[in-house]
Design a protein around this ligand. Structure first.
Ligand code: NAD
Length: 174
């Protein structure tokens, strides 16, 4: 049996790893959809889909999740929410269960007859993309919130300097 988890993973953090491990206790394979794949280089979505693929692949390997147990599929957003489930179905292997804490995702899949489970949140105050990005911008320690391999990917792509530069306001000509 196969399950689906969709998330922006901006960036991947320990909450995502814990929920993936929990899903794999219930199903043989998990499809990890990287949502909003077309977006990058903004404060809310700093990392490209390819960079997020690297983070997930390396972090799952670091946590001894074998590659035979998951598929990573980048998925671009589309304008019509009512067509989004069909869009997901076109891009992914078939699946029966959907795991999501996102009310819109839950609603769209339920309306199409999928079984939807809301996984428990682990330490949501810290394990959240918003919190990781906030700490990156304010110069606080963010590394504990993500697996070591995610830190390595962010260092490789010079991610902190990217976020800092993006946060600077443009100085208009006087
Ligand atoms: P996210 O990265 O915030 O979270 C993904 C999932 O990870 C959550 O649903 C939750 O189950 C789990 N999670 C996160 N933190 C956790 C924690 N601390 N402990 C345990 N589990 C945790 O991503 P999201 O915002 O839910 O992503 C939804 C994606 O679907 C977005 O990219 C959105 O654009 C896309 N989407 C697109 C359309 C469209 O194109 N029309 C419609 C609906 C959704």
């Amino acid at each position: 049996m196969r399950g689906l988890l969709v998330g922006r993973m901006q960036p991947l953090h320990w909450g995502h790893i814990q929920v993936i491990e929990r899903i794999l206790d219930e199903v043989e394979e998990v499809i990890i959809g990287i949502g909003s794949a077309q977006v990058s280089h903004s404060i809310k979505d700093p990392f490209t889909a390819g960079e997020r693929v690297m983070m997930i692949t390396k972090a799952l390997s670091e946590n001894n999740v074998h590659a035979s147990r998951y598929y990573i599929i980048p998925v671009q957003d589309i304008e019509c929410n009512s067509l989004w489930v069909a869009h997901m179905e076109m891009l992914t292997p078939p699946f029966k269960h959907v795991y999501s804490g996102n009310p819109l995702v839950q609603r769209l899949f339920k309306e199409k007859g999928y079984e939807v489970t809301e996984p428990p949140l682990f330490n949501r105050k810290s394990y959240s993309g918003t919190e990781v990005r906030r700490r990156m911008l304010s110069g606080e320690k963010w590394e504990d919130l993500v697996p070591e391999s995610v830190v390595e990917v962010i260092n490789e792509i010079d991610g902190i300097s990217r976020i800092n530069q993006l946060s600077r306001k443009e100085v208009s000509d006087i």
